[in-house]
Ligand binder design. Structure first.
Ligand code: SF4
Ligand code: FES
Length: 252
């Protein structure tokens, strides 16, 4: 038997044991994922790093599942050096398995702040820019949170046009038309919920009342605007084709 020190506590250990085995046997917790008692250690996950002080006074992080104990070895399981290495190791694993609850729960248990799970938004701001610059509804904004910046709705401003959803490259913004109501949402948050208007031509619900009003208000001064129709895109196309055929007929 030899004596080692883990977090300043003197512990007796057998010489061929690893640091992780000794820590486990003495109720000292070290995070680990790739260690299995029936298999040879592989040092793959890098979560089990501990700070080891060499006789020359150097402090290095070593994998506790691999390194065997030696007489008078001094080990720290929660030093600043260990915490930094551990955080890096957790984040590296989460880049490969971002939705792994086991890794996230283990990080929580050891008080490690890790990267948040991906939310499907690439922060291109196309939704915000089109809503501000073209639609002018200003229904979306970017806010800073503890998990980084995020796109969030500005309550009561959406007119339900759906342009943000059309432009969103990852399709994280959704438009759902149900029971004559359009709901525009981002992740679990509602951007707008507005009643739909019926097309005068075919009767399908085609756009929100608020958006039609917005179009009328913003285009009524345009020299090409003669009158406003409440028609869906298919009926407008049909009407334009008919008008073109009629013009051709008159020309002949
Ligand atoms: S929600 Fe879509 S459009 Fe908006 S910033 Fe994220 S990825 Fe870009
Ligand atoms: S337990 Fe994975 S590297 Fe040690």
């Amino acid at each position: 038997m030899i004596d080692i020190f883990i977090d300043d506590k003197k512990i007796s250990a057998e010489e061929n044991q690893t640091i992780l085995q000794v820590a486990k046997a003495n109720g000292i917790k070290i995070p680990h994922l790739c260690f299995h008692p029936a298999l040879k250690p592989s040092g793959s996950c890098k979560l089990c790093g501990v700070e080891v002080s060499s006789p020359a006074g150097k402090h290095v992080v070593m994998l506790s599942c691999i390194i065997k104990v030696k007489e008078k070895l001094e080990i720290r399981t929660n030093s600043e050096l260990v915490k930094t290495t551990r955080t890096k190791a957790f984040n590296k694993l989460l880049q490969m398995a971002p939705d792994s609850l086991r890794i996230r729960n283990l990080a929580k248990e050891f008080d490690v702040a890790v990267i948040p799970p991906p939310d499907g938004c690439i922060r291109c701001r196309l939704c915000i820019r089109v809503c501000n610059e073209i639609i002018k509804a200003k229904a979306l904004k970017m806010v800073k949170t503890e998990n980084g910046s995020m796109v969030v709705p500005e309550p009561g401003r959406c007119n339900g046009c759906g342009t943000c959803a059309n432009l969103c490259p990852t399709k994280i913004i959704k438009v759902v038309d149900l029971d004559n109501v359009r709901t525009v949402s981002i992740k679990k948050e509602t951007i707008g919920q507005l009643p739909l208007e019926r097309c005068e031509g075919c009767g399908t619900m085609y756009a929100t009342i608020n958006f039609i009003k917005h179009v009328e208000e913003t285009t009524h001064t345009h020299p090409d605007t003669k009158e406003h129709h409440h028609l869906c895109s298919s009926c407008i196309k049909l009407m334009s084709n008919r008008a073109a055929t009629e013009r051709e007929r008159i020309k002949k």
